[in-house]
Design a protein around this ligand. Sequence first.
Ligand code: NAD
Length: 327
Amino acid sequence: MTASTEPRRVLITGGAGFLGVNAAAHLIGRGWHATVLDNLSRPGTERNLKWLITKHPARVTFIKEDVRNATSVAEHVKDQDAILHLAAQVAVTTSLIDPSTDFDINARGTLNLLEAARKHNPEAPFVFASTNKVYGKLDHKSGPCKETQLLDFHSPYGCSKGTADQYVRDYARCFHMNTVVLRQSCIYGAHQYGTEDQGWVAHFVHSILDDRPLTIYGDGKQVRDLLDARDLSALYEIAINDIDKTRGEIYNVGGGEPNQRNLLEVIDQIGELVNKTPQFSFSDWREGDQAYYVSDISKAKAQLDWEPTIQFDRGLKDLVAWAAALG
Ligand SMILES: NC(=O)c1ccc[n+]([C@@H]2O[C@H](COP(=O)([O-])OP(=O)(O)OC[C@H]3O[C@@H](n4cnc5c(N)ncnc54)[C@H](O)[C@@H]3O)[C@@H](O)[C@H]2O)c1
């Protein structure tokens, strides 16, 4: 008998978004076929999708759909070898204006997908992009955050993603499904059309390149550990391939201490790279903003032999080059 040469198939919800196209491009490069399910609600997604399909015309299937549509979602989980659930309402600010829609997309949408998988494809590895916001306010004294940190959902976005995070974890326990949760810190990289509401590194890059003044909410000394989307894409693949190890687990994922920066440092660095003097002013702190968040990534490192390979200085240069080439 000859071995099948059919590529493995991955369903990527939110696959036209920033992390979605990065993950799709990575997995396709590793031999997968990507089914991208996205409602294209985020500005920039059409451009991302066009880029992905142009690059890999034979390896992408696009489905314009909403994760709130449980019936349709159920159809699309069938015949997939893995599910990467990235679709979300991603901004804390938007969640404060409309908590119900935020809940419907992030909590209910995730439950829709889990139920679809439970009924139609319970064996498939199911990877969920959670967030550091499930840990609430931390400060410098807390040090890098481990998975054992108490949960303290903050903001409607933190609550809806945290709810989804706990459902995904629990489906491994109660229904013996192959689910895994990645609690992501701040991710940056090409294909990120960041705005003031979400995706701040790319937002700073696009704004400084276009000579648009920035507003910094708080003192600008908020610290984050920054991770290049290419390193995260590699981890998505590991989480799927090593599902025997990762099932039921939660991992904190970010750039770790070597890649921690505050906002003002990043602004300075971008200014130097593009040879401009960034213009900015300060405003009040925003609800749900953490003064400090740095991931302790030792669990992913020890169990999965994963760690960031792209240091922030290099990743930022690549992001600037991508954004400058957009014109
Ligand atoms: N980028 C980060 O720094 C970061 C950090 C922590 C967690 N996350 C999580 O990672 C995931 C991807 O984030 P991203 O940065 O790529 O954001 P993104 O906005 O670029 O991607 C999200 C995608 O989901 C799609 N979408 C939104 N609502 C939908 C719906 N109802 N049905 C179908 N599709 C829908 C959007 O059109 C978009 O393409 C999200 O779940 C987010 O919460 C991101």
